[in-house]
Structure formats: structure tokens, C-alpha cells
Design a protein around this ligand. Sequence first.
Ligand code: SF4
Length: 182
Amino acid sequence: MKVNEIFYSLQGEGHFTGCPAIFVRLSGCNRACPFCDTDFAAFTEMSETEIIDSVSAFPAEIVVITGGEPAMQLTESLVNGLHNAGKRVHVETNGSLPIPSNPDWVTCSPKTPPYNIKRIDELKLLFTPGVDPEGIAASLPQAKSYALQPLAGEPIEPVIDYIKNHPRWRLSLQTHKLLNIR
Ligand code: SF4
């Protein structure tokens, strides 16, 4: 499996903001978003056992599998192995590819269609002027939690107004950037 990095920090965004989590960033993505600020190209080849051993060195329960697009590589057996190591597995995906059935939480941040995802626990969108988040939500499976993030450098007031008028949404800030942590 091509692994870009494994690191220990706090979840900075969305439903589990503030929770300690071990991040496994898998290399590669099937999209090329112009605003992408993630360097996911470099990688080290690691077996699933090596990934599980690395993750097990940290005390937190939550493991966040992210990318790039983790669904390009994620396997049911890696998720099972992490469960056997006592971890809870969260996945962050762009929704373009199927996800194994066994993660504990799936956060979808859709970028560009087509989407090919059957289960979403958290839908997390960047608030883009002129694009109705409810319109995007209607094209995807029902989620349990809905998060809206302002675009970097854009005013936050329209996001707050939108949430006040569509109260199933919550504000999500990139708190790790505000706090200058990973
Ligand atoms: S889907 Fe995410 S990781 Fe991939 S290019 Fe777009 S923003 Fe970057």
C-alpha cells in the first residue's frame, strides 16, 4: 500500500473536531482540484501489518484514513486489522469510489461528480458562492451529520446565514490551521 504519511494529531475539522486521532494519508488521488492544498504524491510502500504496527504506537482510538483519495487503495482487511488492534476507523473520501463496508465512520467531501458512494455518515462541503449545499446533498446518500466550511479567504457571513436558514448544517472550521498544528 502506498502511504504518504502517518502522524498523530487532533482532528481539526467536522464532526470529530478536537478528538485525538492518528492520520494515515494514502498516496494518490483520482481528482485534480485547483484548490487542493494536500501534497499526497510522495509515498513509502508499506504492508498492512506495517501500517497497523505504526498506528498502534499511538494511544488514540480513532484512525483517520485520508488522502489523496483513500478509496483507491483502502481494503476491508486493513480496516479489520485496525479493528483487531483496538482502533476505530474513520475514512475521508471525495465520494467518487466505493468504500469497503467496515469503517466506523465515513466523511464525504464531494468535489466533482460522478459520485459512487453508497454510505455517508458525515457530508462535509466547502461553501462555494452560488452553489446550494442542499442541492449537492440531494444527489448523495442521506448522512447523519452535515458540515459546511468556508473557503479560505472568503467571508464567513454567508456561511453563517446559510446554516441559520438550513439548521441541519453545522459550521466546520479548519481549527488545525487556526491553531497552527498538523
Ligand atoms: S479530491 Fe481532495 S485530495 Fe484529491 S485533488 Fe481534490 S482536494 Fe486534493
